[in-house]
Each structure stands twice: as structure tokens, then as C-alpha cells.
Write a protein that binds this ligand. Structure first.
Ligand code: WT7
Length: 561
């Protein structure tokens, strides 16, 4: 089952001895590294940006290299500080105060990062919204969070169902043509004062509410707080091995946890510049970006590595990737095929990391100082206790597949589910364990092996899709009487979204109807949630309490029944 073990890489790196770190590590000691440890004044924006300028002499150092095929811009820490302080002043001017919510619905752009920092600087809570979301997804998320304002672009604005969102008072639009009724983000920001005071908050003050799909019900708003910084700083150093002089590229979108936590917060806490590549790009663009910015540490996903593999040797040969010294992966199983390719073609392993939106930080990882066992997601980060438990919450021995669980108490964890304490409590139904929803086992050496989701949540190309939301959407279509949705294993995407549908009376199945249903989900919910495969069924199996029976659907997609 397990392939060849890849030896540890000796030499200088941040986490030199995993065993020693595990033995005496305490997150409380990481806190000593932040300025608030002495000053008592907390704000993650101070630590990630202002402090880099005011205390650490990095004001003129690059923080953000942005490129999207149309724009190419570079921002220093000082510029980010100034711009985000201006946007913070704008929020103040329009009445957004500590604790109010600001939706950010835009493609990757400097304005997105500046808006995030500007909001957090004022204690305003960010609601990140992935750019692929359509009307229904936006109505749910903006409505549930009660966002008072949103930042968007002229292209995306029409998708926001403004009329259905009574709490939404202001719309900031960054772009060329500002529609009537909206505020011109660039104009109001440029006109605002650059010296708004930092809002000092409690470490437990919400920083952002990230909506993540679960198996049942609508997406849940995971509340993350300023204290997330503690886990981010130490994992940036020990997992990502970041050091002065590095250029870091995390390819995830800031609409998802990876693109927020490691896309900019974690590296900036260490004063490391990040690359952000927006727009559409192909395998050659990946290589060109790595070479152009002399990226030294790269955090991406198996889907991206497979694109590069498909590009072949001649693609890699065209670019100078000699700066690349550390590569990490997240989001879906890292196959041995990818690992072998990287050993052969890039001369180094890809280090897999496991975590989730809920955990806020890398939890189970591979490190340079430990041998890599192909197929394993690695070992728990120092200070993290991970176990396998059965359905009653009892610990299981090595070798047994069960629920992957983490002992509560790590600093970067989500603190609640917005408007839904019951959903939050369900994660902790077997205290002290946080039940992840993933199945896994552990070996005798303490390495963990991911075995899939236990709860029906779909992971397609690293993006998390809730079957319930897709089922609801499909059922809105007149041709569909009932739908059941599950993830079907797929070589390229990990899983694809597969829908089983019961047709409404009078409708017949056709390729046209399949295309129409696919488009219906794509335009109503989100492109990544649209089913790639359909199958007509006479009925959808239900559990005793009337919910879709996900175990049977799973057997269906696997062809077991
Ligand atoms: C789910 C969480 C924060 C990570 C990005 C996705 C799956 C995560 C791995 C991995 C196999 C993985 C799990 C997890 N997952 N990392 N290394 N190998 N699967 O965050 O959207 O909250 O999804 O992604 O199933 O539960 P997310």
C-alpha cells in the first residue's frame, strides 16, 4: 500500500527536530512573538502590516506582487498600510463599526486585499465570497451574515440580489463603470485620510465569517477570530519553512480558507512577500509565474500539479525554477504519481498538508525534518492532538479506519457557526474531540492516512461542495421531482459532482435536459457545484427522518448497488 519512503532533508530549516518540538511546544509561547504580548493591544492587521513598517523596518519591502494578465502591480508593506487605512476611513465614513459585516465579492485584485485589511483594521468582520458564486449562494451568505456593505466589481454586481438583502446599505464597486447607486471604491478610497487609527480588539474578536458547505443544510458561516494569527505564524515558519528572503506563492483563491490564511495573512505575519496571480491561466503561466517572481516556496493543490505534469518535460525545461526550494499541497489526496513526478522533475518532494476551513491552520502535515511516507498526510503539528475515534467518540488503535478527530483548544480554530449554535455543537458532540467529517487511520509511527469524507461533502478539484445545496437547486427546476447528489471518484478532479434525479411527471430525459440542469446549477449557485454527471432514478433513498440517505448514494456512485 505504501510506496518508498522519502528521507528527511537534513540541513538548515525552521523546524529542525519534530520530536523535540512536539515534546515541549506550547502555543502560549508563540504569543510572545507578537507585539500585543507586551502592549496588550491586539489587531492582526497591526501584526501583519503596520508592525512590519513601524517596528521591523520592512516598510519599503514588497508585500504583494499582483498580476492578472491585464494589471501588474506591486505593493510594499507601507503602501498596504496606507491604502488599507484609507479604506478603513471610508468604512467609518459610511457608518460601519466594530462587529459590522462587510462582504467581499470580487476576483483576485489588490482592492480585495486592501478591503480585507481595511475592514479588519476597523474591527469590521469580513465575509469572503468566492467569485464563482451566483445569486442564490450570495443571497444565502450575505443574508445570513447580515452584511451592511459589500465590495465588488461592475462585472459581478448584477449577481447580488440587492432587493432581497434589507441589511445591505452600501455597495462599493472597484472598476471603470460605476453603476448608479453604487460607490466608486477607488474614488472614495483615494479621497479618504490615510491615518485612521487602528481599532484595538479582543483576541476573540471576529475577523472573518467564511461560509463552508456541509452535508446537510445551507452553507454554514464559520467564525474566525484575530487569534487565528498564533497558529498561522508558527505553521508559516515550521510547515511552510518561510524565512527572510523568500517569495511565497499560495495559489488558492481568497474566497476559500487557504487563500486567506496562507494566501496573505500567514506570510505577512513573517514579513514575506506574496505573489497573487489572478485571471485564467494555464500550465505555462504557472511555470512563467514561478520563474518570473523567483518563487521559493509554493503552496498549491494536486489538480495544479497534475496540470503541470500534463505539460510534459519540455514545459518545465523552458523555465528557470531553480529558486523553488519548498513545495506544499493541500485540499485533496496527493497521489503517489504526483509525488514521484516532483521527485524526478523538480528534485524534491511535495509536502502534503491536511486541514479544513474549520481548523483555520495546518493540522496534520509533512515536514522537511521528517521522512515522507507516500500516501500519508503526515503527522500532527506540535501542540495538536489528533486521534481516530469510532462513532461513539471512543479512541481507536493504529491501523483502524474511523473518524479523524482533533482535541479542542488550538488557537486558530473557528469559534462558532454564525446564527447556528447547534451546528457548532455538532462538531464537538464527542468532547473534547472536534469531529472533522473525514475518515482516516493512523499507523504505528503516528502518520495519518486520509480515506475520504464520511459525511457526503464533495471535494471537486479541492473545492468543497455541499450536496444539499445542489439538491435544493435542482429540485427548483420543473423537470426535477427530487434529487440526490454525491461525489463520484475521478482521476483528474478527485471527485466530480454526480446527481441522481427523479423526473417530474411529463418530462423525458435527454442530453438537452442534462445540459439545461447543469446550467441551472451553474448560473443559480456556482460553476464548481454544477453536476458533471446525471443519472435518472425512480426514487431517491431517504433515511427514517426523511433526509437523503447518503450511504446509499455513495454505494450508487461507487457502483456497489
Ligand atoms: C476538506 C476541507 C484547508 C484545506 C483546503 C480545503 C479535504 C484537505 C486534504 C489533504 C486529502 C484533504 C478534506 C477536508 N482535504 N486537505 N491533504 N488530503 N484531503 O478546505 O474547503 O474546508 O475542505 O478538504 O476532506 O475535510 P475545506
Amino acid at each position: 500500500m505504501e510506496g518508498n519512503i522519502i528521507p528527511a532533508r537534513p540541513g538548515e530549516h525552521n523546524l529542525a527536530d519534530y520530536g523535540a518540538a512536539r515534546a515541549d511546544f506550547d502555543f502560549a509561547r508563540v504569543a510572545e512573538e507578537f507585539s500585543w504580548f507586551e502592549s496588550g493591544r491586539v489587531n492582526i492587521v497591526y501584526e501583519a502590516v503596520d508592525r512590519q513598517v513601524a517596528e521591523l523596518g520592512r516598510g519599503d519591502q514588497a508585500a504583494l506582487y499582483f498580476e492578472d494578465g491585464r494589471r501588474q502591480e506591486e505593493y510594499t508593506f507601507k503602501q498596504l498600510q496606507e491604502q488599507s487605512a484609507r479604506f478603513a476611513a471610508v468604512l467609518q465614513q459610511y457608518g460601519l463599526a466594530r462587529g459590522d459585516r462587510l462582504g467581499i465579492f470580487m476576483p483576485r485584485s489588490p482592492e480585495l486585499y486592501i478591503s480585507f485589511l481595511g475592514a479588519a483594521r476597523r474591527g469590521v468582520v469580513v465575509v469572503p465570497l468566492f467569485e464563482a458564486f451566483m445569486e442564490e449562494a450570495l443571497r444565502d451568505r450575505l443574508g445570513d451574515s447580515g452584511a451592511a456593505a459589500v465590495v465588488t466589481t461592475p462585472e459581478l454586481l448584477p449577481r447580488i440580489p440587492v432587493g432581497d438583502l434589507p441589511a445591505l446599505k452600501h455597495i462599493f464597486v472597484a472598476g471603470e463603470d460605476i453603476p448608479p447607486g453604487a460607490l466608486d471604491w477607488r474614488a472614495v478610497t483615494a479621497a479618504a485620510a490615510p491615518d485612521t487609527a487602528m481599532e484595538w480588539v479582543d483576541r476573540e474578536h471576529p475577523l472573518f465569517i467564511l461560509y463552508a458547505s456541509g452535508a446537510d443544510g445551507k452553507a454554514r458561516g464559520l467564525v474566525h477570530v484575530h487569534e487565528i494569527m498564533t497558529g498561522l505564524l508558527i505553521t508559516a515558519r515550521w510547515v511552510h519553512d518561510l524565512r527572510p528572503g523568500d517569495v511565497y506563492w499560495c495559489t488558492a483563491d481568497p474566497g476559500w480558507i487557504t487563500g486567506i490564511a496562507y494566501g496573505f495573512l500567514a506570510p505577512w505575519l513573517l514579513g514575506i512577500p506574496v505573489v497573487v496571480r489572478g485571471g485564467r491561466f494555464d500550465a505555462a503561466d504557472w511555470c512563467a509565474t514561478l520563474a518570473k517572481y523567483r518563487v521559493s516556496v509554493w503552496y498549491s493543490a494536486p489538480t495544479a500539479f497534475r496540470m503541470l505534469m500534463a505539460g510534459g518535460d519540455e514545459l518545465l525545461a523552458r523555465y528557470d525554477l531553480s529558486r523553488l526550494r519548498h513545495i506544499l499541497s493541500v485540499g485533496e489526496p496527493l497521489t503517489e504519481e504526483v509525488l514521484n513526478w516532483s521527485m524526478q522533475k523538480l528534485g524534491q518532494p511535495v509536502y502534503d498538508t491536511w486541514w479544513m476551513s474549520e481548523t483555520g491552520m495546518n493540522m496534520i502535515c509533512n515536514y522537511r525534518c521528517l521522512p515522507v511516507k507516500p500516501g500519508s498526510i503526515g503527522r500532527p503539528f506540535p501542540g495538536i492532538t489528533a486521534v481516530i475515534v469510532d462513532d461513539q467518540g471512543r479512541e481507536m488503535p493504529a491501523g483502524k479506519i474511523g473518524n479523524l478527530a482533533i482535541k479542542d483548544g488550538w488557537p486558530s480554530r473557528f469559534r462558532s457557526v454564525w446564527n447556528d449554535p447547534e451546528r457548532y455543537a455538532r462538531y464537538f458532540r464527542h468532547r473534547p474531540w472536534f469531529i472533522s467529517g473525514d475518515a482516516a487511520y493512523r499507523d504505528e509511527d503516528g502518520y495519518f492516512y486520509f480515506q475520504g469524507r464520511v459525511d457526503g461533502v464533495i471535494n471537486t478539484s479541492g473545492e468543497r461542495v455541499g450536496p444539499f445545496e445542489v439538491e435544493q437547486k435542482l429540485a427548483e427546476h420543473p423537470a426535477v421531482a427530487r434529487a440526490g447528489v454525491a461525489g463520484k471518484p475521478d482521476r483528474l478532479r478527485g471527485e466530480i459532482v454526480k446527481a441522481f434525479v427523479v423526473l417530474a411527471p411529463g418530462y423525458a430525459w435527454s442530453d438537452e435536459l442534462a445540459a439545461e440542469l447543469r446550467n441551472f446549477v451553474k448560473t443559480g449557485l456556482a460553476a464548481h457545484a454544477a453536476p458533471r454527471e446525471f443519472e435518472v432514478k425512480a426514487e431517491i433513498p431517504l433515511t427514517g427522518d426523511g433526509r437523503v440517505d447518503r450511504r446509499v448514494l455513495r454505494e450508487w456512485v461507487l457502483g456497489l448497488s
